[in-house]
Design a protein. Structure first.
Length: 367
């Protein structure tokens, strides 16, 4: 090819290039489902719709970056698999869950349940309800050894309510239940009435023995229906079957009857009876009726009856058929004749002390 031919070819090529440069670029034609995602970089896709996605937003709602997905609002029917929320979760509706595990629950609304609140696990000790403030913790929790419910605070029932055990009321505002039969009470207020079945011990000083119906004061082993003991002495009041009442000392001690802190009558342990106090002559004994000494039955026509001699103002008087031949007598002692006869004597009088002394008859009896 000559130089001229080459020049002409280059001119034709330049003209063709200029014509192409001046021509408008036609819009590319992309067949359906033939655009690869690798061909898209940057820009905005509007009215985007796919088989599973419909973009109707007028502003950016969802952002995907290396940290994950950021979205303002999500409306979803089901979240499959495990979901972890790193942050706060605000729910304006209700939550329905088969199992809810939380470390701390704060609620200011009513808790409506169709089943019981359960605490599961191999060890439920220490679990329950806890109310905490910055300075104090109030608890109603389960404790072991023994199994029990523990409350750190008082439990206050309404006045019309009560505590029950096995549906049986045991404590009300004013009463203890009838099934409460044992107690270790150490202090009681004023009792309007008291009914006791069984033995009673009042402060280790007053004792009631129910099996023998005996009351002991100062003794836990009373020897009568009523026993009052002090040191080694014991005073008793007791019934003696159907024969009467016994009153006196069970121990070998004198029994003294006093008024105005002064002994008026003393019954000695050996049976001697003393009226008044030795060394004092102001004691008086009045018998309004009949008095018998050593006799069982007193004749109706006498005031004093004795079964032996008597001493009157220092003088002994006794009965006999003769003057005494034995015994100790003093001047003025008298023996009354038990067999007086006409021309005999009323009795004999001792005229000289001795054993038996000197006796003279007195009181001649006429014929």
């Amino acid at each position: 090819m000559s130089t001229e031919d080459i020049q002409n070819s280059l001119d034709s090529l330049g003209t063709a290039i200029n014509n192409l440069a001046d021509r408008e670029t036609p819009a590319p034609v992309i067949s359906d489902r033939s655009l690869s995602g690798n061909k898209i970089h940057g820009g905005m896709i509007t009215n985007f719709t796919s088989r599973g996605i419909s973009d109707q937003a007028s502003r950016m709602i969802l952002m995907v970056d290396d940290d994950g997905i950021t979205v303002d609002t999500i409306d979803v029917d089901t979240l499959q698999g495990n979901v972890a929320v790193a942050g706060n979760l605000d729910v304006t509706g209700s939550i329905t869950a088969q199992s809810l595990h939380v470390n701390e629950l704060t609620a200011d609304i009513r808790n409506e349940r169709s089943t019981s609140l359960e605490f599961d696990g191999d060890n439920v000790a220490g679990k329950g309800l806890v109310w905490r403030t910055p300075s104090v913790s109030r608890q109603f929790v389960f404790h072991e050894n023994p199994d029990r419910m523990f409350s750190s605070e008082n439990i206050d029932l309404a006045r019309t309510k009560h505590y029950s055990i096995g549906t049986v009321p045991v404590i009300t505002e004013t009463d203890l239940g009838s099934t409460i039969i044992n107690s270790s009470l150490t202090n009681l207020g004023v009792l309007d009435s008291l009914s006791v079945t069984g033995n009673v011990d009042f402060d280790g000083y007053l004792f009631w023995e129910a099996d023998v119906n005996r009351l002991g004061i100062g003794t836990d082993n009373p020897n009568a229906t009523l026993s009052i003991a002090n040191l080694d002495a014991e005073f008793i009041i007791d019934s003696e079957n159907e024969s009467g009442i016994r009153i006196g000392t069970w121990t070998n001690d004198d029994l003294k009857v006093i008024t105005d802190d002064t002994t008026r009558l003393t019954i000695k342990a050996n049976g001697h009876v003393v009226v008044g106090t030795q060394g004092s002559d102001n004691a008086k004994l009045s018998v309004h009726g009949k008095l018998g000494v050593g006799v069982t039955n007193i004749d109706a026509d006498v005031s004093l009856s004795t079964a032996g001699p008597i001493k009157f103002d220092g003088r002994k008087m006794q009965n006999g058929a003769t003057a005494p031949t034995t015994g100790v007598y003093a001047i003025g002692d008298i023996v009354w004749n038990t067999n007086p006869q006409p021309t005999g004597y009323v009795g004999w009088v001792c005229t000289r002390d001795g054993t038996p002394g000197l006796w003279k008859p007195f009181g001649a009896i006429g014929t």
